[in-house]
Design a binder for this molecule. Structure first.
Ligand SMILES: *Cc1c(COP(=O)(O)O)cnc(C)c1O
Length: 396
């Protein structure tokens, strides 16, 4: 079946069957192609491949059948023409920057993005005379006010991590397009199983495959998803020349991860909602941030643009940093780690880990106080997760 045919299937089926590269051996599961280069039948064929006149593999920095199978499956799941895999989520964002920006250009970026994404714009792109204005994710007038003649794109994550603030993707896509800018959405939190930003007007989606796409905390990888023409002209040449390549082994792991993505996301969502509701009832918990809660200020928007509320719940406890650390240290089962999107539940203290390199001011603006804890709710039995959190809260 062609990739086009798979577009009509539901995402559960696409995740399991689309984009497989089956060899003449007839293997049922996907094959792995751990090869750096490929052989050609003749000098003429080699010349044809290198010049781009003939289709086919050349060198695994930019062509590999396993990587390609993962790319095709992910593209179909996001409802896109093309995906391009990268060595990590940060490599995907860096590739977008190198491909779309030149010295003198400008970016508008949500204040509430992954810590390294903010640093990429603020420190690294800044070295190459690319300036970034950071704005509040949910403040459309701030995005409007930040646009300049040289703005090339808007960049955001929705819902934001760890606070669970939303952007109205349609509204921001319209605003970006009215100013000849692109909208780029980091879809790590929801994955295509819960949200399809391209269908809401975004131009490119970026992923850290490290998180839910793998889903079991094994490999680091990333991807960029969108129009074939945009990727072919602006981004593929960066991959080919600068080499932020995904390994075939990692691509195979991610390909298998996509097979269970929808099922896992459903369970992450139901466990997270149960935990968020339970936390709200605990006297030592001050606030709970989860878009699935009725009292979340953007609950209605979340219902409209997402098909689920995701697996990240954050909450504040009494006692500031000391209290937050005490909760973490009193848990027994939940992993103290920052890698969300795993079957294993995890807990972190954002202000001293994932967001520790931001200035105090930047943290306050992003709502990351010392008493904030972030949970990546996993797939263990929800009563066991609650029991461990209860143990944690008793540590206060
Ligand atoms: C983890 C993460 C990234 C970076 O991805 P890596 O694979 O760790 O390089 C980017 N954006 C978000 C939202 C993330 O959670």
């Amino acid at each position: 079946m062609s990739d086009q045919d798979w577009q009509d299937y539901s995402i559960e089926t696409q995740g399991i069957r689309a984009g497989q590269h089956r060899t003449p051996e007839g293997e049922h599961s996907d094959a792995i192609f751990p090869t750096s280069s490929y052989v050609f039948d003749s000098a003429e064929e080699a010349a044809g491949r290198f010049s781009g006149k003939l289709a086919g593999n050349i060198y695994s920095r930019f062509t590999n059948p396993t990587v390609n199978a993962f790319e095709r499956r992910l593209a179909i799941m996001e409802g896109a023409e093309r995906a391009m895999a990268t060595s990590s989520g940060m490599a995907a964002i860096n590739t977008v920057c190198l491909g779309l920006l030149s010295a003198g250009d400008h970016v508008v970026c949500s204040r509430s993005v992954f810590g390294n994404t903010a640093l990429m714009f603020k420190n690294i792109m800044h070295k190459f005379a690319i300036e970034t204005t950071f704005v509040d994710l949910d403040d459309i007038t701030a995005w409007q006010a930040a646009v300049q003649d040289n703005t090339r794109f808007f960049f955001l994550e929705t819902p934001s991590n760890p606070m669970g603030t939303l952007a109205d993707i349609k509204q921001l896509a319209d605003l970006a397009h009215a100013h000849n800018a692109l909208l780029i959405v980091d879809n790590v939190y929801c994955t295509p199983a819960l949200q399809k930003p391209l269908s809401l007007g975004a131009d490119l989606v970026v992923h850290s495959a490290t998180k839910y796409l793998d889903g079991q905390g094994r490999c680091v990888g990333g991807a960029i998803v969108g129009d074939n023409a945009l990727i072919e002209e602006k981004l593929y040449p960066i991959l080919r020349t600068t080499g932020p390549t995904m390994s075939p082994f990692n691509a195979w792991v991610f390909q298998k991860g996509l097979e269970t993505l929808s099922l896992r996301m459903e369970k992450h969502c139901s466990n997270a909602l149960a935990i968020a509701q339970w936390l709200e009832e605990q006297p030592s918990v001050e606030t709970v941030h989860y878009t699935g809660l009725q009292n979340h200020p953007q609950h209605a928007l979340a219902k409209e643009q997402q098909s689920g509320f995701g697996g990240i719940v954050s909450f504040t406890v009494k006692g500031g940093k000391k209290g937050a650390w005490a909760v973490i240290d009193a848990t027994q089962m939940i992993s103290i780690t920052a890698n969300l999107g795993d079957v294993k539940s995890m807990i972190t203290h954002p202000s001293t880990t994932t967001h520790g390199r931001l200035t105090e001011d930047e943290r306050v603006q992003a709502g990351i106080t010392d008493s904030l804890l972030r949970l990546g709710v996993g797939l263990e039995n929800v009563d066991d997760i609650k029991a461990d959190l209860e143990r944690g809260l008793r540590g206060l």
